[in-house]
Design a protein around this ligand. Structure first.
Ligand code: HEC
Ligand code: HEC
Ligand code: HEC
Ligand code: HEC
Length: 248
């Protein structure tokens, strides 16, 4: 009887470890093992991945309980004669939060894990300029962000065919842009019922919640045909086409 029980326990253990390994290696949703996992950034698995960006207490006060700090930066934003929704705004949260790392300027935590005013340089961060993920503070060569998504402003001359935003049924205070088959894929940001701001996180899911064909990781980097953290597959430019409907 004892032997059978031991065998069962051993089998259960092997099964759960195998499931865990499989989940991580096959790129299941979650931050673990992605370029946003501080363990991947530093090679130290004992650090706290969520603390890199969020703090349960004493953060900066920005949504969502943000934990990274940096001196204010001035960005040069995208403009063009046909960019109808341009409001000449500086990047706002959550785009400004991405940029705290992706602008390549040094940033540190407000509240480090551990007791009191303890600091830990493993959480301090400055993107290596040789990394292709460094966008810098000149955003003129990047897709526009931090503007009010208002398809009615897209004039007849461009006529991209942008879909009208829809309220999310489970969170009616948030507007989303429908993607393929009418699914609500791209969230808009801001507060209250008028959460209509187009941000980095409209296209990117920072916690890598979507798995799709071509999404693979090796040594903490994306390989294959797809870049991580997209809200949906951009194979065949499908993602661009979800919004720029008339451009395909
Ligand atoms: C690299 C930075 C980063 C890391 C690491 C990170 N987050 Fe986030 N998180 C963000 C940003 C930016 C947003 C806001 C954008 C959004 O909602 O997608 C966010 C939003 C959230 C939200 C609110 C919206 C939602 O998706 O539900 C929760 C909850 C959250 N994070 C939890 C976590 C937890 C738990 C961890 C650790 C397992 C974690 N995050 C790690 C950057 C990060
Ligand atoms: C704590 C710092 C930090 C924050 C905050 C952060 N990132 Fe990153 N991100 C990184 C690092 C480090 C990498 C890996 C850089 C490399 O290897 O080139 C990365 C990589 C990426 C990549 C490329 C992933 C790949 O390899 O395919 C994307 C896309 C990305 N981040 C988007 C975002 C977005 C969008 C936000 C905000 C919603 C954000 N990041 C917030 C640190 C951060
Ligand atoms: C309109 C959708 C969209 C928006 C908005 C957007 N991205 Fe991206 N991003 C993409 C796509 C698509 C890719 C993959 C590009 C490729 O394959 O080269 C990408 C790639 C990246 C990468 C990988 C490096 C690279 O250049 O390929 C990083 C880092 C990144 N985005 C960060 C950001 C940050 C930070 C913001 C906000 C300032 C942002 N993105 C806004 C669609 C977007
Ligand atoms: C979630 C919706 C969405 C996605 C996905 C998206 N875009 Fe956009 N894009 C917009 C909006 C909205 C604008 C602002 C248009 C305006 O005001 O004229 C814009 C602006 C642009 C512009 C500048 C237009 C101008 O008049 O200067 C280009 C070019 C562009 N997008 C290309 C792309 C490409 C390429 C992709 C795929 C990698 C992509 N977009 C993905 C919504 C999106």
């Amino acid at each position: 009887m004892k032997k059978v029980l031991l065998l069962a326990v051993a089998l259960m253990l092997i099964f759960s470890v195998a499931t865990l390994l499989w989940a991580r290696e096959s790129g299941q949703p979650g931050i673990a093992g992605t370029p946003h996992d501080v363990g991947v950034m530093t090679g130290d698995d004992t650090l706290e991945p969520c603390a890199m960006c969020h703090s349960p207490h004493s953060g900066t006060g920005d949504y969502p309980i943000w934990n990274r700090d940096q001196a204010a930066q001035t960005y040069t934003l995208y403009d063009s004669p046909s960019y109808d929704m341009n409001e000449n705004k500086q990047p706002q949260a959550p785009s400004s939060l991405c940029l705290v790392c992706h602008n390549g300027v040094f940033s540190s935590l407000v509240n480090y894990p551990g007791p009191g005013s303890h600091t830990n340089e493993n959480y301090d961060y400055e993107m290596n300029p040789t990394f292709w993920a460094m966008l810098g503070t000149d955003l003129t060569n990047d897709h526009p962000i931090s503007f009010t998504y208002d398809p009615t402003k897209d004039n007849n001359q461009d006529n991209n065919g942008f879909p009208p935003p829809q309220p999310c049924p489970t969170a009616p205070w948030r507007l989303w842009i429908p993607g393929d088959q009418g699914l609500l894929t791209y969230p808009l940001y801001g507060t209250g019922a008028t959460a209509d701001q187009f941000e980095c996180a409209t296209c990117h899911s920072v916690h890598d919640t979507i798995a799709y064909i071509g999404k693979q990781m090796t040594g903490g980097k994306s390989v294959g045909t797809q870049v991580f953290f997209l809200r949906s597959s951009n194979a065949g430019s499908d993602m661009c086409n979800d919004c720029h409907v008339n451009r395909w």
